[in-house]
Design a protein around this ligand. Sequence first.
Ligand SMILES: O=C(O)COP(=O)(O)O
Ligand SMILES: [Mg+2]
Length: 241
Amino acid sequence: MNHSSSSHTASANKTAFPIAIKVIMIDLDGTLLDTAEDLALAANLMLKDLGMPEQSTATIRSYIGKGIQKLVKRTLTGQLDAEPDAALFAKALPIYEQHYANNLSINTRPYAGVVEGIQLMQQAGYKLACITNKAEAFTLPLLHATGLFNKFEIVLSGDSLPKKKPDPMPLTHICKYFDAQPHEALLIGDSLNDAIAGRAAGCHVFCVPYGYNEGRDVYELDCDAIVDTLVDATKLIKSIA
Ligand SMILES: O=C(O)COP(=O)(O)O
Ligand SMILES: [Mg+2]
């Protein structure tokens, strides 16, 4: 079977396509929705309120992946894993959350192929879930604002369970919810957090090249395929739902 429409990684040679899938779990930031502009706007409004210099959208974009609190810490320190002054962080987080809540879907849009791809998945009968590290307070209104909320039977946000990606907990929860074996489930995401969570849960993982991946090269991720769009993802799977 020629996968010309979807370039995939070397590891894909060990994967027999099409993969028999019951459940498709889709990541939000960088996979379903291009949220970087609005996340960066809120970050710069926060920095302005704190009397700190603004940062480029590209820089803030490289901070996305491990939830809002981590995004704020990275923005305050300019590093991926440094801890900011505790008092500054305690002051900055609510400021960020207010600005993001006020500017949730100014420039946020579904990526090309997302609406069409989800439609194909629904028509094929797959069970659909959204798994994101974004806090629920932002995830649900954003999915409503972009018309995607009712596409998913279940939505797990970064604060829905005690653990978030790259921990496998949300994926394992979804598999149990749909009574699916891990190898019957596919996670489609854009970052290391998705690839690690998917592998740890024993699920299949496709990555999209247009997301954020904390500034890393998506082609270095251990996934079963790199798919250019969600439509292309449907060409590598078959439904056993
Ligand atoms: O909120 C984030 O930092 C990233 O969220 P995601 O899991 O939807 O990519
Ligand atoms: Mg993502």
